[in-house]
Design a protein around this ligand. Structure first.
Ligand code: NAD
Length: 690
């Protein structure tokens, strides 16, 4: 028998323990091992009842996700849980499954093969397969509705959220909650039920068949364009219409449709990507990490306020400095309002809000900054101001303090040059709203110390962010690429596409928001000011987008002035504005730009491939460590749909030769790496950085 499974006898119960740390995933050998142990206990006359339990911190937390890719690539047959499930169900001795930690995905499916389930109070159960673009494939969509009722089961399978042991008990998924020691409680439970188990009832409690369409409508909204949630609903519906075996066959068909479809591949890429970005060559477990117990933040504006919230939410007290009492009060009022909203929504109690606010010391001076382990600057974007501030904090900060800037475009090296300790200077680039967005670009300067990088990567985790290490260049990774994307969006408007046509194409494709609506939200004046500052960097003869600036010249800054690419009412609801089309037409005439009908395909290719082409240069220059880092930046910071895998993954899914052809057809300068890979038939994911 495999060592993945331990088997023992305790007081007449056969105990099978899954021993596949850290999460007892259903790796090859696990289901087979459980089945072998089960058969041995069935054959053993001393065993009256059989118990299946997880060793370590959890029951079976799910499938081994790496296996799915291998199945699609034809390198593995994947796990087939069916023989195990049948062996459990047909066992003449009762099989009791004891759940602690989580029973997720295949874990819950295996648990449902038992005759009874008991759970520790803190346990959770769920069918989260949709999160990686799949549905349960081992009878989960057929067994769960029979246990939990149709609506709850369909919800669990379609939306993937786990439920607590208490809720599972109430719903009938779990037969008893065990207080105290789970193993001994489960053995007592099992030994009280040693009679031959009855075949499972295959009937449903009453339900309204209209529920499926209601859930489909919900899924189309909450999981726009995603196929797995709808497939999960179809499978549960099939459970209510077909005999069990046929329902299982239908589930398999739907499961395979998802497994061999593009979305699961992309979502699995995104899943592993988030883990991959934490790995930085040259930084390992032995790289020293500086303790972060106290923080200071400079600037209580849009970003400084959100950054402060991140620290205090993680239990780190913050000294928050502003220049005027008015700006400080405004910043604190925003923080208070944000917390009050969360309390009103029931996310946490008032006491938590009070505790968090108490960790903030608002102030107009640098008092206490000498005790800070990290000082984060979030003042206006301007090199002179940033250098002045870094020169000031260089004098105050204790040795070993990390000096971080939230700049979104400026050179970390130049900012660091204002200090005598460039090794301690780093960019921590948060995304707006900083207390919500998961991305943290960690920008390494030429002199930044390895321990400073390691500390910030760790800090990202403590702040519940996804930290991605990037190199120092204008705009770093995310904004350097978005610049190309927004430029094309503007060109399209100048060439005759209406703003709502550009936005609709990208929104329907899956972006959280269209690029022009995004510009209106962020404020078109931000870019307008930056472009003025960088005008000297424009290459002569290179086309620059003009329409946003044209709108700004007319006081149309976006939502904040109730007009930008759209008109906004007092609730900030946008409506298309024919005036913008007229402004674009006039601009085109003056600039000699020919206006024409523009197809949806062109809108998508010009914006999305602009991302990938610039991404290829970023990869080539070593500004991003790996293509997957670029993808993760876009998935966590820019509303790129996870089921498309990220801009580099998407380009690769189109075929790099095709992408190159499109890039050349648009008259762009193709990134050398794109050219090379397209000609070689290579892949971004095999290209080494730098
Ligand atoms: P903001 O205008 O909302 O806030 C800046 C604040 O800094 C103001 O309240 C101002 O009073 C204060 N300030 C100026 N000089 C100061 C000083 N010497 N000491 C203390 N406070 C001072 O700006 P923001 O949007 O929060 O941007 C801050 C930084 O973050 C910029 O570098 C910006 O590029 C970057 N950033 C902004 C965003 C965004 O979406 N807004 C996203 C990422 C990064």
């Amino acid at each position: 028998m495999s060592e993945l499974i331990l088997s023992s006898k305790q007081a007449g119960a056969g105990v099978i323990t899954v021993n596949n740390p850290p999460v007892n995933a259903l790796s090859p050998g696990v289901p087979e091992g459980i089945q072998a142990a089960l058969e041995a206990h069935i054959a053993d006359p001393e065993v009256k009842a059989i118990l299946l339990i997880g060793g370590g911190r959890t029951f079976i937390a799910g499938a081994d996700i790496k296996e799915f890719g291998k199945v699609v690539a034809g390198q593995s047959k994947g796990h087939n849980l069916l023989p195990l499930m049948l062996a459990m169900e047909d066992s003449p001795k009762p099989v009791v499954v004891a759940i602690h930690g989580t029973a997720l995905g295949g874990g819950l499916e295996v648990a449902m093969g038992g005759h009874y389930r008991v759970a520790a109070a803190g346990a959770q159960v769920g069918q989260p397969e949709v999160k990686i673009g799949l549905i349960p494939g081992a009878g989960g969509t057929q067994r769960l509705p029979r246990l939990a009722g149709v609506e709850l089961a369909a919800r669990m399978c379609a939306f993937g959220e786990p439920i607590s042991a208490a809720k599972a008990h109430e719903a009938g998924i779990v037969d008893a909650l065990i207080e105290g020691d789970l193993l001994s409680g489960a053995i007592d439970f099992a030994l009280a039920r040693t009679e031959r188990p009855k075949p499972r009832e295959r009937v449903f409690r009453g339900f309204d068949p209209a529920i499926f369409d209601t859930l489909r409508a919900e899924a189309r909204k909450s999981h726009r364009n995603q196929t797995a949630p709808l497939a999960a609903i179809d499978a549960v519906e099939a459970a209510t219409q077909l005999p069990f075996a046929e329902g299982c066959a239908r589930e398999r068909e739907l499961f395979n449709g998802c497994l061999y479809g593009p979305q699961s591949k992309a979502l699995i890429h995104a899943f592993f990507g988030e883990r991959e970005v934490a790995k930085v060559p040259g930084i390992g477990k032995d790289t020293p990490v500086r303790p972060i117990q106290r923080a200071a933040v400079i600037g209580a504006g849009t970003m400084g306020g959100g950054i402060t919230m991140n620290f205090v939410n993680a239990g780190i007290p913050v000294r928050l400095r502003e220049t005027t009492q008015e700006a400080l009060d405004r910043g604190m009022a925003t923080i208070r309002r944000n917390y009050a909203n969360s309390v009103a929504k029931g996310r946490f109690p008032q006491a938590v809000m009070d505790e968090r606010l108490a960790r903030i010391t608002p102030q107009l001076d640098y008092e206490g900054f000498e005790a800070a382990d990290i000082i984060t600057e979030a003042v206006y974007e301007g090199m002179a101001l940033k250098k002045e501030i870094f020169a000031e904090i260089d004098k105050i900060a204790k040795p070993g303090a990390i000096l971080a800037t939230n700049t979104s475009t400026l050179s970390i090296d130049e900012i660091a040059s204002a200090t005598k300790r460039p090794a301690d200077v780093i960019g921590t680039h948060y995304f707006s709203p900083a207390n919500v967005m998961r991305l943290l670009e960690i920008v390494r300067g030429a002199a930044t110390g390895a321990d400073v990088i390691a500390t910030c990567m760790n800090l990202a985790k403590s702040l519940k962010k996804v930290g991605v290490l990037v190199g120092n260049c204008r705009g770093f990774v995310g904004n350097r690429m978005i610049h190309c994307y927004l430029r094309e969006a503007q060109f399209l408007v100048e060439e005759g596409a209406a703003p709502e046509q550009v936005d609709a194409a990208l929104y329907e494709w899956g972006m959280a928001m269209g690029p022009l609506a995004m510009g209106d939200l962020a404020g078109l004046d931000v870019g307008w000011r930056i472009r003025k500052e960088f005008k000297h960097l424009e290459k002569p003869g290179e086309r620059v987008p003009l329409i946003s600036d044209e709108l700004c010249e007319r006081g149309r800054f976006g939502q904040k002035t109730s007009a930008g690419y759209y008109k906004y009412d007092e609730n900030r609801k946008p409506t298309p504005d024919p005036e913008v089309v007229a402004i674009a037409r006039d601009l085109a005439r003056r600039q000699g730009i020919e206006q024409r009908e523009i197809s949806k395909e062109e809108i998508l290719d010009r914006t999305l491939l602009a991302l990938a082409n610039e991404g290829a240069s970023i990869l080539d220059e070593g500004i991003a460590l790996r293509a997957v880092d670029i993808d993760v930046i876009y998935l966590t910071g820019y509303g790129f749909p996870a089921y498309r895998g990220g801009p580099m993954f998407y380009a690769e899914s189109l075929g790099l030769a095709h992408v190159l052809q499109r890039v050349e057809a648009f008259g762009w300068e193709a990134a050398p790496l794109l050219v090379k890979l397209a000609l070689e038939g290579g892949s971004f994911y095999r290209a080494a950085a730098g």
